[in-house]
Each structure stands twice: as structure tokens, then as C-alpha cells.
Design a protein around this ligand. Structure first.
Ligand code: GLY
Ligand code: MN
Ligand code: MN
Length: 445
């Protein structure tokens, strides 16, 4: 076996070991009081007799062997990272067997299957949730709530017509047949307004995710060389995410070389890179459930061709100028327009389009999305506010030349303006080329 194959095998083994069953952990990544305050804020948004139900991710047979990832709304409200749990919030309070007073909030927990999982017997001082009950009591409370609530905030699963109803849907159906006047409403909208503004603790977790991602970008740039496979870069970054105590990847790494640099949602990562290719590396670590999303584009041979450099400089200018206008009060659409304007002008200068307004021929996606517990986070906010974290990610894709460039950073909106959380990943032409002369851990002989 040659050196490259050995290297490949070693990395694959490390990633496999790391991905094998992430142990659900009871430790909260943010101060427990923060989760308490969020639940209280949601409770206040409920209708006068409203009840909200948030289910944890299922412990399903299909997901066996896959890393566990908690449902984001449930995690936002509890910080509990285990399956088989339901949180119920009530505006007025719910009668719970064994409780003197109606409960404003109840967490239902499965009997533990081992490890560090929380149990219903856990002192509520540790959970910081008023009442904890075994999971099997949930359906009784749910049925009871349907007879008392004016609105049930519950995200019903999407089922095909031929699929059986879930137990919750059967109970909702039964309540309707019996003419209880309950309205079922998706709670995601209630939470979006809260989730879109990040607390200091959340910002620190995104910052950590961004640091891990930038470190992986640097190692990728140092390691890439002609002959390397795209999946080797994917394996390298995922190894680094886990080695840095991250949860793993926030999304499937996009490692697109040559023609694949023009494919926006590419994640097969199975091409062997050639000298002369550009490589788009769009990756993000997850850290305590919070996501980063950073893209760098690099020349596989170590130096940009004249043409690649010309396109790269336009994207970099568009990205730099778009980031520069980020501050409270600016619209996300303004950020996009700024990037599009620079790209339009650049494409005219390159002779690829005749008018700047035709930029959409080569810049085929939006510039920004919110970032947080989800990579494309909730809150399609029109106007930026302090505490939001957005991406700024313009690109130019010229499929007829196998030439795609995207540059993406994670930007915190601050009271004064903004802070780039992913600034540690170099992006000027000189910086990228200098980095690529170095030896990375992915290609040490
Ligand atoms: N990596 C997905 C995105 O950039 O939105
Ligand atoms: Mn991305
Ligand atoms: Mn993105």
C-alpha cells in the first residue's frame, strides 16, 4: 500500500470511531437559567389557555448507529441532549397526578437505557424544570390538555395518507370528533423570534464552532494537492472537528473540485483532484449543537491561474463589501444587493454578461442565511439586529469553464456593526497561496 492509501485508511478509521454513537450527555452547554428564561418567554407567548408540546428527537431503530442530534426547539428550551423526552408548557398550569398545584412546565423522560441520561427521578433542582414525570404518563396529560386548551402548540409530523396516525394525532382526531374546540398550531413561529437573537452564551458556542471550522479550513488548504481525493479532505475536516471536541459536522461537507466547484449542493466528494482545478471547501463544525458554516476556495496546484484569480478577486470584493455594510437596521436583502452589485460589475468587466443586472446567470443563490442551532436557522429576518448571526457567502459559478468560487464567513451583528466569527480562515489570494505551500496533517509523508 502506498503512503496515500495508508493515510486514507488511518483517517477513515479515526472518523469511524469518532462518529460511532455520540453519547447523549446530561451536561448543559449554557447556564441552566437561560433555558428556564426561554421557557418562561415562550409560555408568555401562549394563548390564555394554550399548551405547547415539544418532543425530543426519537430514539428510532432507523437511526441506530448514527450520531444522535437533538431536535432544535427542544434543545433550545431544555439543553437536554437525549431522545425519549417531551416538554410540555402550559400558560395556566396543568393538573399532574401527585402534584398539589397545576404545573406550568413538565418534562417527561424515558427510563434510562444507561450512560449519563437524565431520569424522571432526577432532582428538579438539576433539571431546573418544575416537574419531571416518566414518559408513559405523557399521553394522559396530552389527552387531558386537549379537553382544556384553546390552542395546542404542537408540530405534527408530516405523514403520507397511507401511513398510520401517531398516537398524538389519534388523540387530536378524537378530541375533534368529540367537538373540543382546540386549535392545533405549529410552535416553531413562537420560537423563531427568540431563537434568531443569540444570547452571549450562544454566541460563544457559535464562535467555538467557527474556530474549529477555521482550523479545519487551514489544515485543508495545507493538505490539498493534485492526486488527493475529495473524500480525503472531507475525512480530514471531520476528524479535526471531533478531535477538537466538536459534535461533528453541522452538515455534509461540500468538497467540490474542478466541475464540482460549480455544484452548490454537492456532497458525494468522490472525485480525484487535478492540478489546475479550483476546490470549493464548504464545511461547518457543530459545537454543543451550534453550527458554523464557512467556505474557502483554493487552487489545487497551490497557485491560482490568471483567470481563476480574476474571478476569485471579484467574489472576494463582493464578500468584503457585503460584510462591511452589516450592522443593525440593515436588511438581509441589502447585503445580497451589495454582493450582487459587485459581482454584476465584475462579470461585465470579464465580458461574461453585458449588463450588471444579469449577474444571476453566474451567481445562483442568496448571500445570507441565519446561523444557530440549525445551519439554515430560523428567522428569515428582514432587518438585522444585534445578536443575529448570519452568513455572507457570494459566489460565481462558470460551469462551461469548470470554475466555481464561493467565499463564506459567519458574521455576528453587534450594536456597533459586526464581528466576523470566522476571520481565522485566511482568504486573500496571497494568504491562500502561502498556506498551500505548507505541509498539512493530511499530507505528511
Ligand atoms: N453549506 C450550506 C450553505 O452554505 O448554506
Ligand atoms: Mn456553506
Ligand atoms: Mn451557508
Amino acid at each position: 500500500m502506498d503512503g496515500k492509501s495508508l493515510r486514507h485508511r488511518a483517517l477513515a478509521a479515526l472518523v469511524w470511531t469518532a462518529a460511532w454513537c455520540v453519547v447523549a450527555t446530561a451536561a448543559k452547554a449554557q447556564p441552566a437559567e437561560e433555558y428556564e428564561a426561554r421557557r418562561e418567554a415562550v409560555r408568555k407567548l401562549l394563548s390564555p389557555r394554550g399548551v405547547a408540546v415539544f418532543k425530543a428527537q426519537e430514539r428510532s431503530a432507523e437511526s441506530y448507529g448514527c450520531p444522535f442530534r437533538q431536535e432544535s426547539n427542544f434543545y433550545y428550551l431544555t439543553g437536554i441532549n437525549q431522545p425519549g423526552a417531551v416538554l410540555v408548557l402550559s400558560r395556566r398550569g396543568l393538573p399532574i397526578v401527585g402534584q398539589e398545584r397545576p404545573a406550568k412546565e413538565v418534562i417527561f423522560l424515558e427510563r434510562p437505557t444507561g450512560g449519563e441520561e437524565l431520569t424522571p427521578e432526577q432532582p428538579t433542582s438539576e433539571l431546573l424544570i418544575d416537574v419531571a414525570r416518566p414518559l408513559h404518563e405523557f399521553y394522559g396529560v396530552f389527552a387531558e390538555a386537549l379537553t382544556r386548551a384553546d390552542t395546542l402548540y404542537f408540530r405534527a409530523p408530516r405523514l403520507r395518507l397511507e401511513e398510520p396516525l401517531t398516537k398524538e394525532l389519534e388523540l387530536i382526531e378524537a378530541a375533534r370528533l368529540r367537538h373540543y374546540p382546540v386549535v392545533v398550531s405549529n410552535p416553531t413561529g413562537l420560537l423563531a423570534g427568540l431563537r434568531v437573537i443569540k444570547s452571549q452564551a450562544e454566541v460563544e458556542l457559535i464562535r467555538k464552532a467557527a474556530q474549529l471550522t477555521c482550523a479545519a479550513q487551514v489544515e485543508a488548504a495545507k493538505s490539498v494537492e493534485p492526486g488527493m481525493w475529495e473524500y480525503e479532505v472531507a475525512a480530514l475536516v471531520e476528524y479535526l472537528f471531533r478531535r477538537g471536541d466538536g459534535d461533528g459536522s453541522a452538515f455534509a461537507p461540500i468538497i467540490g473540485s474542478g466541475p464540482n466547484s460549480c455544484r452548490i449542493h454537492y456532497s458525494e466528494n468522490k472525485r480525484q483532484m487535478e492540478a489546475g482545478d479550483l476546490l470549493v471547501v464548504d464545511i461547518g463544525a457543530s459545537y454543543r449543537h451550534y453550527c458554523a458554516d464557512v467556505t474557502r476556495t483554493m487552487p489545487v496546484s497551490g497557485t491560482f491561474s490568471e483567470r481563476q484569480r480574476a474571478v476569485y478577486e471579484i467574489v472576494l470584493k463582493a464578500q468584503t463589501e457585503a460584510i462591511a455594510i452589516v450592522k443593525p437596521g440593515v436588511r438581509m436583502s441589502d447585503v445580497h444587493e451589495k454582493a450582487a452589485q459587485v459581482i454584476g460589475q465584475g462579470l461585465v468587466q470579464l465580458g461574461l454578461i453585458s449588463r450588471p443586472g444579469e449577474y444571476g446567470k453566474y451567481f445562483v443563490h442568496g448571500t445570507s442565511h441565519q446561523l444557530g442551532l440549525d445551519v439554515h436557522d430560523v428567522g428569515e429576518a428582514a432587518v438585522l439586529q444585534p445578536g443575529m448571526v448570519i452568513t455572507v457567502e457570494p459566489g460565481i459559478y462558470i460551469p462551461e469553464e469548470n470554475l466555481g468560487v464561493r467565499i463564506e464567513d459567519d458574521v455576528l451583528v453587534t450594536v456597533q456593526g459586526h464581528e466576523v466569527l470566522s476571520a481565522a480562515a485566511p482568504k486573500t489570494v496571497a494568504e491562500v497561496e502561502a498556506l498551500m505551500c505548507e505541509v498539512g496533517i493530511g499530507n505528511m509523508k
